[in-house]
Design a protein around this ligand. Sequence first.
Ligand code: PLP
Length: 407
Amino acid sequence: MIQVNDNFLLLPESYLFSEVARRVKEFQEENPDVKVIRMGIGDVTRPLCKAAIEAMHKAVDDEAATETFHGYGPEQGYSFLRDKIADFDYNKRGIDISADEIFIGDGAKSDLGNFFDILAQNSIVAVTDPVYPVYVDTNVMGGRGGKRHGEHHEGIIYLPINKGNRYMPQLPGKRPDVIYLCSPNNPTGTAMTRNELKEWVDYARREGCLILFDSAYEAYIHSDDVPHSIYEIDGAKEVAVEFRSFSKTAGFTGVRCGYTVVPFTLKGHDSKGEEVSLNRLWNRRQCTKFNGASYISQRAAEAVYREEGRKQIEKSIEYYMENARMMRDSLSNAGYEVIGGVDSPYIWLKTPDGMSSWEFFDHLLKLHGIVGTPGSGFGKEGEGYLRLTAFNTHEATREALSRITNA
Ligand code: PLP
């Protein structure tokens, strides 16, 4: 008899995006003349920058000659990339992180999902509600979720994000072992200020918690008081792991490259109470279960730190953020309650007239041919909201806004 991991059976069917796709398909079949504008998915649309493309072509050529061929690389990533990250993303910003504290991976999702390999299996985790679903589902798979009651798993601490707390999670009443924070946030589009993040770092230090800090959207930060890295906060190197990605920064959603920072000063404890370095354990885990991100992806990632590459990726980010600005301005002028979109490519839109998330989804689709993502798909507190993304073209974004606001 083949026995399965029962924990997987505690997961709800992944319903959100398939249901969105089903409703869009049905609408499109009934209304073939309507040009549907998709503002739902969190994927970039602009092509990779020239610097990354050139670097990849060159890397492919490297693989074609014996002298420059690269087989297995270091599991932690090539130093040509780790050094650039340490220099540009940390040292030049006044943060003391060394290349050996940086682990290159194939994107933030895998590392976020895998990090629990090195933590106690019975840890109590806290997540926000609404939430990027990967944090919850991977913990349920790992047996930390417990039974599901409605939308929540009994073993997980949920920290509501709603109008009442200005869309910022508040410190938990009960102490978790591990806290997932995402800033700039998917799906709400809000970002934590230095003071807000400091509260969490201070709390984690006081209570002996670990913060798993997801800053996949760091490149979209525009506000001066929003930190780009959790390590800008004093003491964070003793309590936080940072996850970053080239996906939204440089359009690598298809190329795959990201990195995880595990500072040397970050210590856990074994069951006998002895101190253990998390960097050492993560290194061990990666060397055993991972054979490194591809040489070609890492060369492409390296290229976005060169002057040309930096300028080119900034241009794409500005392009998306111009969409976010248009969306914010036009929707708030039309009387909508608009959250986010200042330091992130996401707009969290309050549904009008007390509509549910799915009712408003249907309303936008059927009346205007526009696709968003129902907020309720990200958690209970997301009910009554819809997520729109800024990843479309200017033309489609303008068209979508005029359809909504001229109705
Ligand atoms: N973290 C958040 C909050 C995301 O929204 C995403 C992707 O949408 C990821 C991580 C995963 O990104 P990657 O493409 O690096 O796996």
